[in-house]
Design a protein around this ligand. Structure first.
Ligand code: SF4
Length: 353
């Protein structure tokens, strides 16, 4: 088995979902999925606008019936990012979503695998230059796949079967995902498919759960894959407002230095030396930084002994003592400030950068 070098990004074929490039060395795209009723056009548009505000780059909507498929046209007119139609069970919904102008389809080979139906969708997608994501989920696998195989092998096998079918129709605008809740299974599946096909990969851990645990599970799974060089677009699946998925997605990419996106806040865990309410201060600074787009590093540290040293690569920071703090830039002291001025002075320096 060919070993994928750590950090060397896997070469993948580029595809275009509307105006967004996925794969081919393009930046790793952060996407999410609405949880509104797609038939409720206004609510769906409003939620997508909320996602756009946190820089979501691609959005998927569920298409459970014809009314939802037809709503896509109107939704598209109210939003600025490309839209993926999520199709299960009925291939006619995919045809209707294409008709309505979706920018990409997601098909689940676990519930649409009849060659005749997949072919009809592929032909219509090809005419419009619309890519198809072959989206396998461990929880909804095609029944005919060999039950002796591991879950990861079965996902890979099912994906390959549908990829071969699309390729036989001269369709190559393909993106693949193989998601499980189990992180090692997910990693095994992606590692295997990454070696077998040239297509871009959409990575994620499915149904990862509530934010507290789901973000960790997703970060471990997605982060490991990205560190292996695998992944062209990510979706963090969380049981909460999808805005949080986008924010978590960027945090994962920032942690690996794969993308820059707004400020990074460094704050110490506090210890016996801390003489200030650092939890509150860090929360307040985080809230103020949430609206800043500049890719800067800000540090909020609990003591003057280690603070500036520990955060010396921060663009701007504060090391707090009793009632007073030292403002620093790149580890160098700027001046001493009073506790009541901490947030104001820090933010003034952030603005000045
Ligand atoms: S920066 Fe200072 S207060 Fe914060 S954990 Fe380190 S030593 Fe403790």
């Amino acid at each position: 088995m060919r070993k994928i070098e750590l950090n060397a990004r896997r070469q993948s074929k580029a595809i275009w979902v509307g105006s967004v490039t996925i794969g081919g060395g393009a930046p790793i795209i952060v996407q999410s999925m609405t949880n509104t009723d797609t038939r409720d056009v206004m609510s769906t548009i409003n939620q997508i606008k909320e996602l756009e505000e946190v820089d979501c780059e691609l959005v998927r909507v569920a298409v459970p019936d014809m009314e939802a498929a037809r709503a896509i046209g109107e939704i598209k007119r109210g939003i600025s990012i490309p839209l993926v139609a999520d199709i299960h069970f009925d291939y006619r919904l995919a045809l209707a979503a294409l008709e309505a102008g979706c920018d990409c389809l997601r098909l689940n080979p676990g519930n649409i695998d009849e060659p005749k139906k997949v072919s009809a969708v592929a032909r219509a997608a090809k005419e419009r230059g619309v890519p198809i994501r072959i989206g396998l989920n461990a929880g909804s696998m095609p029944k005919k796949v060999n039950p002796e195989m591991s879950v990861a092998e079965r996902m890979v096998e099912a994906a390959l079967e549908q990829i071969r079918l699309l390729e036989s129709l001269d369709f190559d605008l393909i993106k693949v995902s193989l998601k499980a809740f189990d992180v090692p299974t997910t990693i095994e599946a992606y590692r295997s498919i990454a070696e077998k096909v040239p297509y871009p990969l959409h990575i994620g851990i499915t149904e990862a759960g509530l934010p507290r645990t789901g973000i960790i599970r997703s970060a471990v799974g997605i982060g490991t894959l990205l560190y292996m060089g695998i992944g062209d677009t990510i979706r963090v699946s969380l049981t909460t407002h999808p805005r949080e998925e986008v924010i978590a997605g960027y945090e994962i990419l920032k942690s690996l230095d794969l993308r820059q996106h707004g400020p990074v806040l460094v704050s110490c865990p506090t210890c016996g030396r801390t003489e200030v309410d650092l939890f509150r201060l860090a929360e307040e600074v985080a809230d103020r930084l949430a609206v800043i787009k500049k890719p800067i590093k800000v540090a909020v540290m609990g003591c003057v002994v280690n603070g500036p040293g520990e955060a010396k690569d921060a663009d701007i920071g504060i090391a707090c003592g009793k009632g007073r703090g030292v403002l620093f830039r790149k580890g160098e002291k700027l001046r001493t400030i009073e506790e009541k001025d901490f947030v104001r002075a820090l933010m003034a320096e952030v603005e000045r950068l």
